[in-house]
Design a protein around this ligand. Structure first.
Ligand code: KIV
Length: 269
């Protein structure tokens, strides 16, 4: 099998789809600036997510809710201007995609000014996804734990443990693909549910706290480097523990995703 990790060409959504179809795991990390974008690129990470987790790890807020469109555009531009190979996905921040019209305005800014190749939005927003895709904007869905809804959910908790909720997440995932999304992030759901969703979808499914059977894995960079302000979530891992330096820790994460060494049972639900 040709490993995409061995190529130096800039990756597209078609490459990520080919990886799903050939069974090669996709490695993804968040980054918010040029220096880390270069380190991730050099380590072979295929997808860089400019996540609104920057509100917590960069800005020091208690949640992602205060992050603005300006913040996301600025950090996306920092990453996109430096990366050469990785596919860049950027988060639409809280309340910026309440209607198709506002989603289009904010997603277009992330792509035109920020340089994102795809935008990510949380929840079952089928109409918004369909509208953005019709305008030529690639969309990544995000289901399971939705950090922008932390106040409605009552905390950062595993989602989809009860059968009815698991079924709803599966149905939403299928509908998100039908609406035209090109990728899906599944956060903090039981491994069995994530495996079923991954089997049922034709688009790449990237998990965070969603078990080993997703098409790829993502972590918040500062969590896996063990430099986050708060506690590291159970589903994350300190890759600095045995590493010589930051670049080595990122390489170790990439290898662990490729070889299925990460996530291990202790990182799963
Ligand atoms: O903002 C972020 O970093 C994310 C990940 C948790 C997937 O959305």
């Amino acid at each position: 099998m040709t490993l995409y990790a061995d190529t130096s060409k800039a990756l597209t959504i078609s490459d990520l789809l080919a990886m799903k179809n050939t069974g090669e795991k996709i490695s993804c990390l968040t980054a918010y600036d040029a220096s880390f974008a270069v380190l991730l690129d050099q380590a072979g990470i295929e997808v860089i997510l400019v996540g609104d987790s920057l509100g917590m790890v960069i800005q020091g807020h208690a949640s992602t809710i205060p992050v603005s469109n300006e913040d996301m555009t600025y950090h996306t531009r920092c990453v996109a201007s430096a990366r050469k190979r990785a596919f860049v996905v950027a988060d639409l921040p809280f309340a910026s995609y309440a209607t198709p019209k506002s989603a289009l305005k904010n997603a277009a800014r992330l792509m035109q000014t920020g340089g994102a190749q795809m935008v990510k939005l949380e929840g079952a927003k089928f109409e918004v996804i369909e509208f953005l895709v019709a305008q030529g904007i690639p969309v990544c869905g995000h289901l399971g734990l939705l950090p922008q809804s932390v106040n409605r959910l009552g905390g950062y908790k595993v989602q989809g443990r009860e059968p009815a909720h698991a079924q709803k997440i599966l149905e939403d995932a299928i509908a998100i693909e039908r609406a035209g999304a090109g990728m899906l992030i599944l956060e903090c759901v039981p491994s069995l549910l994530a495996a079923e969703i991954t089997r049922n979808l034709g688009i790449p499914v990237i998990g965070i706290g969603a078990g080993p059977d997703c098409d790829g894995q993502v972590l918040v960079l500062y969590d896996m480097l063990n430099i986050s302000i708060g506690n590291r979530p159970r589903f994350s891992k300190n890759f600095m523990a045995n590493a010589d330096n930051i670049a080595d820790a990122i390489r170790r994460y990439h290898q662990a995703v490729k070889t299925l060494a990460f996530p291990a049972a202790e990182h799963c639900y």
